[in-house]
Design a protein around this ligand. Structure first.
Ligand code: GDP
Ligand code: MG
Length: 386
């Protein structure tokens, strides 16, 4: 029997895949994009949308077509080895919004409720990012909310974030910084529509004066109408303080991530982005990095701009020592020559000698620039976060 895959089945019904996934969820089925749906379930869903499901057999025109398309796709990409090694990776999520609308509270609530089992008992470290596990899926959150932290991130072109959560307080509605954050997020979405999702979390639903409809109305005015108003923006009412709606929010993040088909090659040499860095009196320069491609290991040599490191040790947000960090894992790295810039990209090179040489060359180049130009202030942007 041919499989009925969410990805193919949804468009056949005229649905967005995440819509189908959420309908299945309502039926108690937690399916992902590439999952096979039970025939009886498929029949039911089809009926609901006014279709009679007819199962064709292998070798018919549509499966042949699909096979052809797959072949063409593989050919279009010259790096077959890379494609072969791609595996799905956790999403990287950031939380944006107006001051006092509850970004920090939301990050704290999500974290406290979902510390990965086995890591319980660890001491929470604020390293600028953390990873949780929800329904068996890993999610990576950037833990650097607030405009000060965002504007510190320099625009280096490294796109880190897959999902942005725009927090809007249910009593205040959209405020200037909400609009600012939205503008940035929509800009990113325009650049990479298939690789980035925006979710609105309407927070403080517990307060007197909470007005979900008003927020939805404001969303509509801004052309990001919520799903239940005929738009496409996933909107989740929550209370960070009472803890309500948090599971729904996490479920929606997982759904959206499935649609984005986030993949990375864990076998490649590691590269990624710096989330934050500082100089520690005892341990020297520290940097929290997110591995975006490949697997970072203790002993690796890294270069990042004019700084380099031989990874002496890595820690997660529970203070646990890690020997390796696969894609989308945030880790604090020890062993740097100096503090690398947040937002900058790093990559693993052959050995420490090469790393040092490359960093020195970069430093040399930067010095030249500052002595020959007027040392104009560097462009600062929050966009590098995405
Ligand atoms: P941030 O500036 O966006 O990080 O906002 P905070 O997380 O610091 O929250 C600002 C204030 O709103 C704090 O006093 C929080 O206790 C409060 N707050 C945040 N979320 C909620 C909520 O869901 N309900 C209520 N009643 N208060 C909240
Ligand atoms: Mg805050």
């Amino acid at each position: 029997k041919p499989p009925i895959i969410v990805r193919d089945f949804a468009p056949a019904l005229g649905l967005k895949p995440f819509k189908l996934i959420s309908e299945l969820m309502e039926m108690g089925i937690f399916a992902s994009m590439n999952q096979n749906i039970d025939e009886t379930v498929a029949v039911k869903v089809a009926e609901k949308h006014g279709f009679l499901l007819e199962i064709k057999h292998r070798g018919d025109a549509s499966t042949q077509q699909a096979a052809k398309e797959k072949q063409a796709k593989a050919k279009a990409n010259p790096d077959e080895e890379e494609v072969k090694n791609l595996v799905s990776r956790p999403p990287v999520i950031c939380i944006l919004g107006h001051v006092d609308h509850g970004k920090t509270s939301l990050l704290d609530t999500i974290r406290k409720a979902n510390v990965a089992s086995g890591e319980a008992g660890g001491i929470t470290q604020h390293i600028g990012a953390y990873q949780i596990e929800f329904k068996g899926k890993k999610l990576t959150f950037l833990d650097t909310p607030g405009h000060a932290a965002f504007t510190k991130m320099r625009s280096r072109g490294a796109s880190v974030t897959d999902v942005a959560i725009l927090v809007v307080a249910a009593d205040d509605g959209f405020m200037p910084q909400t609009d600012e954050a939205l503008k940035i997020a929509l800009g990113v979405k325009e650049q990479q529509p298939e690789k980035f999702a925006l979710i609105v979390a309407v927070n403080k639903m517990d307060v007197k004066g909470a007005n979900l409809d008003q927020v939805k109305n404001q969303m509509q005015q801004r052309n990001i109408a919520p799903e239940d108003w005929g738009g496409e923006t996933v909107t989740v009412p929550v209370s960070a303080i009472k803890g309500t709606g948090i599971d729904e929010l996490l479920e929606m993040i997982i759904l959206q991530s499935e649609v984005l088909e986030l993949k990375a090659n864990p076998k490649a040499e590691a590269s990624g982005a710096i989330i934050e860095s500082q100089i520690d009196v005892g341990r020297g320069p520290l940097a929290t990095v997110i591995v975006q491609r490949g697997t970072l290991r203790v002993g690796d040599a890294i270069v990042c701009g004019a700084q380099w490191a031989r990874v002496r040790a890595m820690f997660d947000d529970q203070g646990k020592n890690l020997k390796e960090a696969p894609p989308a894992t945030p880790v604090r790295v020890i062993g740097w020559s100096g503090a690398p810039d947040s937002g900058a990209s790093f990559k693993v090179v052959k050995n420490a000698r090469d790393a040092e040489k490359m960093a020195e060359e970069e430093e040399h180049r930067l010095k030249k620039i500052t002595t020959t130009s007027d040392a104009a202030p560097k462009q600062i942007s929050v966009e590098s976060l995405f």
